[in-house]
Design a protein around this ligand. Structure first.
Ligand code: ADP
Length: 616
């Protein structure tokens, strides 16, 4: 047997083998696409069988037989165009043109006796070439919008179509030039063989090849999977899982429906064509209820109640698998395709695998969220405990004094009603009650800071005027308070809160300067801001405490409760006041024993003209 004969036999056997394989596939899943594929290969196999018959009997085909086999050959481009329509979408006009071309070819084959006139051969070849080229281009174009295995399949079909076109072109040339060389026939057989191989791979890839073609995307997906649970939010994790699943299966879209047990609904990401669906609704719901993967190659037929929805969202074929971890039903993973032949039965296995992976990822995410929630709850409980013990401790001291003092006054009054009132005792009673009141107000303010309700009514006020009044009240022999500020500085302030802020800073400055010393309040306008600085010459602040002073309950490591009473809430409230005015506050200190400075920046009206530098 010559090399040429061997090649020819190989390509013929291949076509027959593929014809049997695709026919079996068609019987198993009678889709329009599998029917079209089976028809295409059946025609080729039939032509091969006729050739073999002639060879065995040693007879040449007659005129009418030639016309029939020629017509069948000419049907191939038309069938390929139908396959384009199965896998992507073709314009009706193209399908019509192919049908007209086929009818014209058949007529001319029956009208003209062989050998066919050169012009007829030319037209037939042109028809064949034209449509096989169209098919190749259409599949290449469609493959651009596809991913993974579908993209590779479409490229294979495009290559098969091109090879077939070239084979027919060469056959046409050799028919038109009698006495063609053997080499030409070898090349034709080679191209036919290649086209057979590529059509087979594209239209009916064997399972092992589908797996190999899916592998790069699946691998990429699994490689990213480990880092997914730590992504910032659940929505992003779902999107990433959907992207990975769609590309692994070569589908256009994928969607995860998460089970909301309370509402009894599967909930989807915003990009999905449906925000939610009942557990028993849609194909995805069936997978959820049955806890088994489901494949529908015709959603409109299998779920007619939602036919419109599927049609509008281009979901002709759907595969769905349950996402379940240790018996806990988390939801479903579904993939959608606009054309049924994109999926094969064994893809269900891969989808289940990916759904299991998704279950692990979502479960880890749920555990991470749960751990964070427990931690946050513990933190809240700890803060509450801190708060209660700090508050109870600080309220207890003045309260004990008040009760003891009041009891003393009562006993005295009973024993000797005529004795004049003990003024010192009453004074101490009043001052301790006021201290208690201050503490309670401070506690109430803390709650308001947290609710963002500290600052209420704001009006245009002169900050310097407010500061002057506070400074005058605080100036004592031990702590002389000096205000260094130009004439006026107007801003929109809650006056009571700004007074409370400066009061607090000046109280602290005096409290933490037990040896006395000057306290300076400096106010300046800086563009659209007012800067207020309170400087003292007191005990200073350790560097490590500077950034924490404004936290709730934080007290410097250089202060102790016996020497300096306090709850560590004043500066927390100060920060609340400043921030709710849209400003900022911070502290500086050269170190322990070196005095401290508290800096406040508040927004101010940008009316520099209101600022009149004080002489001197
Ligand atoms: P309290 O004075 O009740 O402790 P604050 O919130 O007003 O609460 O202050 C928090 C801490 O900041 C104080 O405990 C003290 O350590 C430090 N601090 C505040 N003002 C001064 C200051 N003028 N000089 C030194 N340390 C200060």
């Amino acid at each position: 047997m010559s090399a040429y004969q061997l090649l020819q036999l190989a390509s013929q056997l291949l076509f027959v083998f593929v014809a049997v394989a695709v026919t079996l596939q068609m019987i198993h899943r009678p889709l329009k696409a599998s029917l079209d594929t089976a028809l295409l290969f059946a025609v080729v196999a039939f032509l091969v069988a006729i050739g073999w018959l002639h060879e065995i009997n040693g007879v040449k085909a007659g005129r009418w037989e030639n016309a029939v086999t020629g017509s069948l050959l000419m049907a191939i481009p038309y069938m390929l165009v139908r396959l384009v329509d199965d896998f992507t979408t073709t314009r009706r006009a193209i399908l019509g043109a192919a049908a007209v071309g086929l009818a014209a070819s058949i007529v001319s084959l029956f009208v003209f006796p062989p050998p066919y006139p050169g012009a007829v051969v030319l037209v037939l070849v042109a028809y064949f070439m034209g449509f096989t080229t169209y098919v190749a281009v259409a599949f290449v174009k469609a493959s651009r919008g596809a991913s993974g295995v579908t993209r590779r399949r479409m490229n294979a079909v495009a290559a098969g179509s091109l090879f077939l076109g070239v084979a027919i072109l060469l056959a046409g040339i050799s028919a038109a030039t009698p006495g063609a060389a053997k080499v030409e026939s070898i090349i034709i057989s080679l191209f036919t063989l290649l086209s057979g191989i590529f059509f087979f791979l594209g239209f009916a890839p064997p399972v092992w090849l589908r797996r190999a073609w899916q592998e790069p995307e699946v691998r990429g997906f699994l490689a990213r999977a480990a880092s997914l649970p730590r992504m910032p939010d659940l929505g992003e994790i779902m999107q990433e899982l959907e992207r990975g699943t769609a590309s692994s299966l070569g589908a256009a879209n994928a969607a995860i429906g998460l089970w909301d047990a309370e509402a009894g609904l599967l909930r989807y990401n915003a990009s999905h064509f449906l925000r939610e669906s009942g557990a028993d609704q849609m194909i995805g719901g069936r997978a959820f209820i049955s806890q088994k993967p489901v494949f529908s190659d015709n959603t409109e037929r299998d779920d007619p109640a939602h036919a419109d929805l599927y049609r509008q969202s281009g979901a002709r074929a759907v595969m769905a698998a349950p996402i379940t971890s240790d018996g806990k039903r988390l939801g479903i993973l579904a993939v959608y395709a606009a054309h049924a032949p994109v999926f094969a039965d064994d893809d269900l296995l891969l989808l289940s695998l990916l759904a299991n992976q998704a279950a692990v990822i979502l479960e880890s995410r749920i555990l991470i969220d749960e751990a964070a929630r427990v931690k946050a709850m513990e933190e809240t409980t700890r803060l509450k405990d801190d708060f209660l013990s700090a508050a109870a401790h600080d309220l207890k001291t003045p309260l004990t004094t008040i009760v003891a003092q009041a009891q003393l006054l009562e006993r005295r009054a009973r024993r000797n009603p005529e004795e004049p009132a003990n003024l010192d005792g009453i004074e101490s009673l009043v001052s301790e009650s006021q201290r208690l009141k201050r503490l309670v107000l401070e506690l109430l303010d803390v709650a308001r800071v947290e609710q963002g309700r500290l600052v209420n009514y704001r009006e245009n006020l002169d900050l310097i005027e407010l500061a002057r009044e506070v400074c005058e009240r605080h100036s004592t022999d031990l702590h002389r308070t000096v205000l260094d500020a130009p004439g006026r500085l107007v801003g929109s302030y809650d006056g009571a809160r700004i007074v409370q802020l400066i009061d607090n800073l000046l109280e602290n400055a005096a409290k933490y300067s037990p040896a006395g010393g000057e306290i300076r309040v400096r106010i300046r306008q800086d563009g659209a801001s007012a800067r207020l600085t309170v400087t003292d010459a007191g005990i200073g602040i350790p560097a490590a405490d500077l950034t924490h002073l404004f936290d709730r309950f934080h007290r410097g490591s250089n202060v102790d409760d016996r020497r300096f009473s306090g709850m560590g809430l004043g500066l927390f409230i100060c920060r609340g006041i400043v921030e709710q005015h849209g400003g900022s506050i911070w502290a500086t200190s050269a170190g322990v024993g070196q005095g401290s400075a508290f800096h406040v920046v508040l927004p101010a009206a940008e009316l520099i003209s209101l600022v009149v530098e004080q002489a001197g």
